[in-house]
Design a protein around this ligand. Structure first.
Ligand code: EPU
Length: 360
């Protein structure tokens, strides 16, 4: 070995030692934070277990608070310690890549609590199931969210992206949202939030803890009939029981056209890349199949759809699902790097002190 090669090797070794040391220090810190907040901390979980697409790599740490205040204090402590974190609800709108994700996932699934009804208002925590909330609201004779009854996510996820279906969007009925900002719980009036098509003005770094909805009194039978009708339509036109993340792409804004119909007309139903295929039921759904399915299969198929859409219609399809890269980029296992291509991914992780103009 030449002198310079030996020196370079030494440098690499000391870099490795430093990284190992940093990782150990960080792990001890995360454990301490979780213990301090009384929150369950797990290692080695995989996105393949925690997302509805059933693909995606290992997660460094998953922290599962059970109450809104635990959730707020745990992310506050992570921020103070400069540890990167992101929030995951039911994982029904996320495609996470196959690599090892070296950040903390704060899961809101256990922040369930109960739906508290008072007059036309209901207060509910982020981890509460959206379909269950819709059913309970209907039973209380409260209308305004019955179209959302078949969306398999949490209330927090629905708020985050302004979930919608069958003429209802959650943003239309939000009176206020409880948000953890810098370790404190802030009550944000719904009127101060921008509720757009599958997008809101909430930013990475803000953890949605729960909300109060203001609904309208109506006959429970009529509400139930509308909910059943929405479910029937959904059942007839969308895959159920399949591993999907709902619609993969947004409909082109202002066009009134359905991306699904256009992908269908391009003849792509049933098209396959590895363990991912365009659903034969609704062409805007990518579903995964089998043990060997990879996030990179779903992404390769999605990019193929976008490419053909661009060529044939001159339209740049926007992702509706969130793409989570293990770092700032979504990379397939072959090592190819892709730009995530979503504005929301610009601030992919929350690291204190990171120079990100859009953060908060
Ligand atoms: N269509 C086809 N082929 C397909 C899919 C649809 O011909 O493969 C036709 C349908 O027959 C219908 C039209 O296209 O005539 C519209 O289809 P659909 O009613 O399914 O509406 P969409 O625009 O494709 C949107 C939302 C869905 C939501 C439904 C119902 C988006 C991207 N999709 O779908 O939301 O459930 O309306 O409100 O906005 C989601 O957000 O994940 C999602 C699935």
């Amino acid at each position: 070995m030449t002198r310079s090669a030996a020196a370079a090797r030494k440098e690499v070794m000391s870099e490795e030692r430093r990284n190992t040391h940093d990782a150990q220090g960080r792990d001890a810190l995360v454990e301490e934070i979780a213990r301090g907040a009384g929150v369950r901390a797990e290692r080695g979980r995989r996105f393949a277990e925690l997302t509805s697409l059933r693909v995606g790599g290992v997660i460094d740490w998953v922290l599962s608070p059970e109450t809104e205040s635990q959730a707020a204090s745990v992310v506050g402590a992570l921020e103070d310690a400069g540890v990167a974190w992101r929030v995951l609800g039911a994982g029904s709108n996320v495609l996470a890549d196959d690599r090892e994700h070296r950040y903390v996932v704060v899961s809101t699934r256990e922040v369930k609590g109960e739906a508290r009804f008072e007059g036309e208002r209901v207060s509910v925590s982020a981890g509460f199931s959206l379909p269950r909330l819709c059913v309970e609201a209907g039973r209380h004779g409260l209308s305004g969210i019955e179209g959302l009854g078949g969306i398999p996510g949490t209330v927090g996820g629905a708020l985050w992206m302004n979930a919608g279906a069958y003429e209802h969007e959650i943003g239309q009925v939000v009176e206020s949202v409880r948000v953890a900002r810098g370790g404190r719980v802030v009550e944000v009036p719904g009127s101060e939030v921008e509720w757009k098509y599958r997008h809101t003005s909430f930013k990475e770094g803000e953890l949605l803890l729960g909300c109060t909805l203001k609904l309208k009194a109506d006959d429970p039978e009529k509400i139930k009939a509308r909910m059943d009708e929405a479910k029937r339509k959904r059942f007839a036109t969308q895959p159920h029981g399949a591993r999907s993340a709902g619609c993969f792409f947004k409909n082109p804004p202002g066009s009134g056209v359905s991306t699904g119909r256009m992908i269908d007309e391009m003849g792509m139903k049933g098209e396959r890349r590895g363990g991912a295929l365009v659903s034969p039921v609704h062409a805007n759904f990518i579903v995964t199949e089998g043990q060997d399915a990879r996030a990179s299969d779903a992404l390769a198929l999605a990019e193929e759809i976008r490419e053909r859409f661009r060529r044939e219609h001159g339209i740049e399809l926007e992702y509706e699902v969130e793409l989570w890269g293990a770092d700032r980029e979504f990379r397939d296992e072959g090592g190819g790097v892709r730009d995530e291509g979503r504005e929301a991914e610009a601030e992919s992780l929350n690291v204190k002190g990171e120079n990100n103009a859009d953060d908060n």
